[in-house]
Design a protein around this ligand. Structure first.
Ligand SMILES: NCc1[nH]cc(CCC(=O)O)c1CC(=O)O
Length: 391
């Protein structure tokens, strides 16, 4: 593993009058295209917020990237992606690490903390049909069609919702997966991928359909579509730098989702699907009658407005715009898709603590409705779960 500083701060060329002697801030990232695009988003926001500081991107090839084909099952997939970068963060060679939030464990080492969450891209899962096939939805795919996904959350939910389909493992970076799908000899009819990843690397046009509660019933992963930045817990300087950037609405929604997951899993991945959605009091009492809002087939832009992707208008934590209500839908599914427990709740969120508590409450409700039995069974198979995560 070789550290390779690849880009330097071009946006903030240290001009004579404003430059400080503060050392450059080193931003760590994996080397995949998606990781690089997300890191550029973070670096650009930091450069805008702190024009006098210098930010450098350090892109690393991690074990997870190198060993994709061989024996991924022998490792805890999530730790694999983050371990080496975390070691450099610990040593001070990096000052922060940019992650897809959904790949960050809900329990970080004590010495690390989540410094910031950036605006969410479309959090939904997407159906991508093989380019030579005419199908436009999961329900229209023929019986026995093979869907590629390595995520237990996706396959468990879809087995339940679409018993006519079959599921097979598919790994590799996004480009590799699409190439495998489209190969004439491939057994796959379609893939399930995160819309956010495809859109961020410019492959949004491959999306055949967006999946959600209101369009097929499938719920996405905790933190999906959001960017999380990991810093050292003791690093007051980094905390200060990240206070000026990020998105409070995304942060609160994602903290609620992560709290739900942490409460249910106690550290390891289980097939939990979730959806959160901000609704303003105004909307809730308005024409849609305060019922769950149908988001399934809305174009991405309209959807973004509802999920807090746009920068929050509120300037201050108690601001009226931020005192909206959050809807959360969550599901726990058995691995074979035979059993599922679902809840939907809604709560006014005035702080990050409220968000955390909301996630905890929703987890309690899931347990009361029988999620514990499903989780116990999954615990018996814990080994398998640890291997797979939300690939
Ligand atoms: N574990 C893989 C992973 N991690 C983050 C994304 C996409 C971006 C996101 O969801 O934030 C993906 C690919 C996928 O699930 O299709």
């Amino acid at each position: 593993m070789a550290a390779a500083p690849e880009t330097s701060a071009t946006a903030a060329s240290p001009s004579t009058s404003t430059s400080t002697d503060a050392p450059a801030v080193n931003i760590g990232t994996r080397r995949s295209l998606l990781a690089r695009v997300q890191t550029d988003i973070v670096a650009n926001e930091l450069r805008k917020a702190w024009p006098e500081r210098k930010f450098e991107i350090v892109a690393m090839e991690t074990m997870g990237d190198k060993n994709l084909k061989t024996a991924l099952h022998e490792f805890n997939a999530k730790a694999l992606w983050t371990h080496e970068l975390e070691a450099l963060l610990e040593k001070g060679e990096l000052d922060c690490i940019v992650h897809s939030l959904k790949d960050m464990p809900t329990q970080l080492p004590n010495s690390m903390t989540l410094g910031c969450i950036f605006p969410r891209a479309d959090p939904r899962d997407a159906l991508v049909v093989k380019s030579s096939l005419p199908y436009t939805s999961l329900s229209s795919l023929p019986s026995g069609a093979v869907i590629g996904t390595s995520s237990l959350r996706r396959s468990a939910q879809l087995k339940r919702l679409y018993p006519h389909l079959r599921f097979a493992d598919m790994r590799g970076n996004l480009g590799t997966r699409l190439a495998k799908l489209d190969a004439p000899e491939s057994e796959f009819a379609a893939l399930i991928l995160a819309a956010a990843g495809l859109e961020r690397i410019g492959l949004g046009s491959r999306i055949t359909d967006y999946l959600s509660k209101s369009n097929g019933g499938m719920l996405h992963a905790v933190g999906q579509g959001a960017i999380g930045v990991e810093i050292r817990t003791e690093d007051a300087e980094a905390r200060k730098l990240f206070e000026k950037v990020g998105c409070e609405r995304t942060t609160r929604a994602c903290l609620a989702e992560r709290s739900l997951m942490r409460t249910l899993e106690g550290g390891c991945s289980v097939p939990i699907g979730v959806e959160t959605e901000w609704v303003s009091k105004k909307n809730a009492l308005g024409h849609n009658g305060g019922t769950g809002v149908g988001v399934g087939v809305k174009p991405a832009e309209e959807y973004h407005k509802m999920t807090g992707v746009a920068k929050p208008e509120a300037k201050d934590e108690e601001g009226e715009e931020l005192m909206d209500e959050l809807i959360m839908r969550a599901v726990v599914v058995s691995l074979d898709g035979q059993q599922a427990v679902e809840v939907e709740g809604r709560r006014r969120i005035n702080s990050r603590e409220d968000a955390d508590e909301f996630g905890w409450e929703m987890a309690q409700r899931l347990v009361e409705k029988g999620a514990a039995k499903i989780l116990e069974e999954i615990n018996l198979n814990r080994k398998i779960i640890e291997e797979q995560g939300d690939a």
